[in-house]
Design a protein around this ligand. Structure first.
Ligand code: ADP
Ligand code: MG
Length: 690
């Protein structure tokens, strides 16, 4: 239930004066559907309007000047503007109006009138002029012209100043809200009250108020983080409160582990133990297993699935693409079936009687483990007794999709897996509702990938060496990212690269890009996995996690455009076996110093977490897109770099609040309810509501 005090902010923007059916859609595109969304729209710039005499004023500057109108020079043709001659005792300043905007000026700016005008000045012969002044007000109303004016994102035909007008109207609607932040904390940080912070956001005294590190901006960021952390902590508490089936560590799993051709690494053992402690606790597990591609997550998940089967229950492993699901199936089916555990592979490709038979095996419980794609959570799929769901590359599924799988049983334990390294400082914001296990060390026997950067001018040389290696039996990835303004141009470039290699290698080159149908893409990937295709040229980031042990070369064009975490992930596709592997980062010279340092880290480090952390520092959080792709929330006020210490503080704060006052019964609790409703992080989905 939304507190009444927030009703004015949750009204549609069309409820603001002046926002009609034409303006509302444009405004909605810029900010969102609600008055709140306008209130939360941050200005990205400032314009100062110093007061000047005509003599003081300079061309190219924005200024406010008090002038007296002396004459109207009417246009002699429709192309000519209306020129209103004006000025003060120090000089001449013309006001210029084109087209329809000249209408009615006899009344607004009659000869003899004294007016404050504000706008950008231009030179006109020896004099100054102002074309379409931003403000024209009577002498007594100079207060209507701000000294410092915020500039908002514009769009949809709305001028920034119009957007500003409505933002200020939204600010008028903002009530004083009860304080939800701890008083000592607030004081220590020098944070203003909520309403004061918004006032400063929209009426800053200067540029420093616009910095994300400014107290007002930080306060709003903290509010947003606290609301989110509370929602995640509640979600986690709610999940834990539900009783779940105990799945104890089993002899069966121990036998399967013993039969593996290798021993688990220490990190794998620790992760498995953490998972088993959860599964045996009687409380529902919500755990994330994090580790680079090839670090051995799937094997750990397999042993947990074996525990579920040993308890007479079922487990499911869901992957985002068919080829990944197939690879998981191939990893799991051998060891599990050798020990009497039935495994079913279910993808969108299954049809007719074969599919019916698989569904029957799951519904009857004959098969204890299902591996598959999105096909797994479809309505027709029924389990006899689903107790454990494993979701690979969890951020590639929607919250609703994950939920649908979990709802196929009662109190289903959740194990998420991700190969996307998140800087530790951002982990709490991304996975705050999950417990995290980490596999950092790699299985033994891997040779580090020799990584080097080279300018595009050395393309021919790189191609020569690749061709030689492929003729010698190697396989290679070649990534041509879609980065330019025109996807079509990029695609042409990738096609050309594929053709060039094709000519030199006599076939055996495959191309995958975003425009291919999923089945076509899967077919090319499968040919690459089987070795029929020797070089895979790709415009999109090739499916994370695909395992092609024979691939030993990774070439990435325009490497400087990628996030480091992404580059690291791409590089992780090679170096799977004992053979020497190489990764070549091609860049368009010249490289900026930062870009150089970024690529350098990859040459020096092979630790995904360390790389992600350094990338964040080097770019100062500038990689918003990359962060979002890795699951970092789409915050309004939070800057992932500047506010990273606030993330941790908000997490602690939220846990303390829920430990002390889980029902929000205290006065601060009442205020926190308002905070949560204000940001409206939906506890059930972890997403921001409208
Ligand atoms: P991930 O799921 O993290 O991408 P996998 O579990 O698929 O990694 O493991 C990648 C490869 O490494 C597989 O071929 C697997 O058999 C092998 N592997 C896993 N753990 C070990 C280990 N401890 N020692 C040697 N090889 C391992
Ligand atoms: Mg994997």
């Amino acid at each position: 239930m939304r507190p009444e005090i927030l009703f004015p902010l949750f009204a549609p923007i069309a409820s603001l004066k002046g926002v009609g059916p034409r303006i509302a859609p444009a405004l909605e595109k810029i900010a969102g559907p609600l008055v709140r969304d306008l209130l939360f729209l941050a200005p990205h710039n400032l314009v100062r309007r110093p007061r000047r005499t005509v003599a003081e004023a300079r061309p190219e500057e924005t200024a406010t000047v008090l002038v007296t109108v002396t004459d109207h020079l009417k246009p002699r043709s429709p192309q000519q503007p209306l020129r209103i001659r004006a000025g003060d005792e120090t000089g001449q300043l013309d006001l210029v109006y084109f087209g329809n905007s000249a209408l009615g000026m006899d009344g607004r700016l009659p000869v003899g009138a004294r007016r404050w005008v504000s706008g950008r000045l231009e030179r006109f012969g020896l004099d100054l002029q102002m074309v379409h002044p931003d403000y024209v007000v009577e002498e007594s109303r100079v207060g209507d012209i701000p000294d410092v004016e915020t500039v908002y994102p514009a769009g949809g035909g709305l001028a920034p100043r119009l957007v500003r007008r409505f933002v200020l109207a939204a600010l008028e609607r903002a009530p004083d809200l009860p304080e939800w932040q701890d008083p000592a904390w607030r004081q220590g940080r020098g944070f203003p009250s909520w309403r004061e912070a918004l006032r400063t956001l929209h009426a800053p005294a200067g540029e420093s108020d616009l910095s994300p590190a400014a107290p007002a901006r930080s306060r709003l960021a903290y509010d947003e983080l606290l609301a989110h952390q509370l929602a995640m902590a509640q979600r986690r508490a709610h999940r834990r409160s539900g009783a779940s089936r105990r799945l104890p560590a089993s002899d069966l799993a121990a036998r399967i582990e013993g039969a593996l051709p290798f021993r688990l690494t220490p990190d794998q053992q620790t992760s498995l133990k953490e998972i088993r402690d959860d599964l045996a606790s009687g409380q529902r597990m919500s755990r994330l297993l994090q580790g680079d591609v090839g670090s051995g997550k799937t094997v750990v998940a397999m042993l947990a699935l074996a525990d579920a089967a040993a308890a007479g229950a079922q487990g499911a492993l869901m992957a985002p693409t068919e080829i990944l699901a197939r690879q998981h199936f191939e990893t799991l089916a051998g060891p599990l079936e050798a020990h009497g555990i039935g495994v079913v592979l279910l993808t969108g490709r299954d049809r007719g009687p074969a599919r019916r038979e698989k569904l029957e095996r799951l519904a009857s419980g004959v098969a204890a483990v299902a591996v598959g794609t999105h096909a797994l959570f479809q309505d027709e799929v029924r389990f006899a007794d689903l107790a454990l769901a494993v979701i690979d590359e969890q951020h590639r599924f929607g919250v609703g999709e994950r939920q649908r799988l979990l709802e196929k049983g009662a109190g289903v334990h959740l194990l998420s897996m991700s190969a996307t390294p998140i800087p530790r400082t951002l982990e709490l914001a991304t996975y705050g509702d999950l417990d995290v296990s980490r596999i950092i060390g790699k299985p033994p026997g891997r040779t580090p990938v020799a990584t080097r950067a080279a300018p595009m001018t050395r393309l021919v040389e790189v191609e020569d060496r690749l061709v030689a290696a492929v003729l010698g039996g190697a396989q290679a990835f070649w990534i041509c990212p879609l980065v330019s303004e025109s996807e079509l141009v990029d695609l042409k470039a990738a096609e050309k690269r594929a053709q060039d290699l094709q000519l030199r290698l006599g076939g055996k080159v495959g191309l995958v890009h975003g425009k291919l149908a999923p089945t076509e893409k899967d077919a090319v990937m499968a040919d690459f996995a089987s070795g029929k295709v020797r070089v895979l040229v790709a415009t999109t980031v090739v499916e994370v996690g695909v395992n092609v042990p024979n691939a030993t070369i990774m070439v990435i064009e325009q490497a400087e455009r990628f996030g480091l975490a992404q580059l690291h992930q791409l590089r992780g596709r090679v170096g799977r076996g004992r053979a020497e592997s190489a990764c070549v980062l091609l860049y368009d010279p010249p490289l900026s110093e930062t870009a150089q340092r970024r690529l350098d880290i990859l040459r020096r480090s092979d630790d995904g977490f360390a790389i992600a952390e350094t990338d964040l520092e080097l770019r100062g959080g500038g990689d918003a897109l990359g962060l979002r792709q890795s699951g970092f929330p789409d915050y309004v006020f939070v800057d992932p770099f500047v506010h990273r210490d606030l993330i941790l503080a908000a997490g602690d704060d939220a846990r303390l609040i829920l430990a002390r006052d889980p029902g929000f019964a205290s006065p601060r609790g009442e205020a926190l309810k308002v905070l949560q409703a204000l940001f409206d992080w939906r506890p059930e989905t972890g997403m921001k509501g409208a």
